[in-house]
Ligand binder design. Structure first.
Ligand SMILES: [Zn+2]
Length: 247
């Protein structure tokens, strides 16, 4: 076993015994890890009660080379997740970030961009106004980082570009937009307008600030959410649990 240092976001904490806990973290350096925190249920100990859901910690852990849990030996709190008081939507938005990272990332598969996006998202959930766009941004960065971002420019079947004034459908199993000519009748789906595709391109883009300036119309928001939640549900094989608390 070798000792490793990392910064990580706590995605899940489970009691393991009377004194120990199992902690799943999404770390900047190593991606997702699962570690046993011996003494993690004691208030005083090596973890200084830093093992709270969605807290960011500096950790030291012993990495197992065979299968089994890593061993967490130190954890120091960097920041706690601070949603607006009494605003459950902000809190659930945080749980949703954890749910997506748990379901869509692999152990020991680091994603620097995704780590940064998760931190950014949690910071944006401080108030209700910023939460909706913050969630959408995070969903799209997740799709981008796991290589499942739909093409928002053209029809996935024939390549026709989605231009101003037209609407395309979203073909989830092919991960892309589909023009009216290529749509078959059995696909009953929400139409995606050219304006929505344009905002989806910006929100999913590499630029960290451009998306913050956007002001989506209710229709664009509805269409964009349809794309992200349908795509994520398709990849996960089920609808994310937290979605029902966020609508
Ligand atoms: Zn087409």
């Amino acid at each position: 076993m070798s000792a490793e240092k990392a910064e990580g976001l706590i995605l899940r904490v489970t009691d393991f015994s009377e004194t120990s806990r199992i902690v799943v973290l999404f770390t900047r350096e190593f991606g997702k890890i699962s570690a046993l925190a011996k003494g993690g249920r004691r208030l005083k100990g090596p973890f200084e009660s830093a093992l709270d859901l969605l807290a960011t910690c500096q950790i030291v852990f012993l990495r197992k080379h065979t299968s089994g849990l890593d061993l967490l030996t130190e954890s120091k709190l960097v920041t706690r997740f601070h949603p607006q008081e009494r605003d459950l939507v902000c809190l659930y938005a945080g749980y949703y970030v954890a749910e997506l990272l748990l379901g869509l990332t692999e152990d020991y598969d680091p994603h620097l961009e995704l780590y940064a996006a998760a931190q950014e998202a949690l910071a944006s959930f401080a108030t209700t106004e910023t939460t909706r766009l913050g969630i959408l941004r995070f969903e799209l960065v997740v799709l981008r980082e796991i290589g499942q971002l739909p093409d928002f420019e053209s029809c996935v079947a024939c390549g026709t570009r989605l231009t101003e004034g037209r609407t395309f459908g979203f073909w989830v199993s092919q991960g892309g937009l589909i023009c009216p000519d290529c749509q078959k009748e059995e696909y009953t789906q929400l139409s995606i307008h050219a304006g929505t595709a344009a905002v989806l391109r910006v929100i999913s883009g590499e630029d960290d600030d451009e998306w913050r300036q956007l002001n989506l119309t209710p229709q664009q928001y509805k269409e964009a959410k349809h794309v992200t939640t349908t795509a994520l549900s398709h990849i996960l094989g089920k609808r994310p649990k937290m979605l029902k608390y966020l609508s």
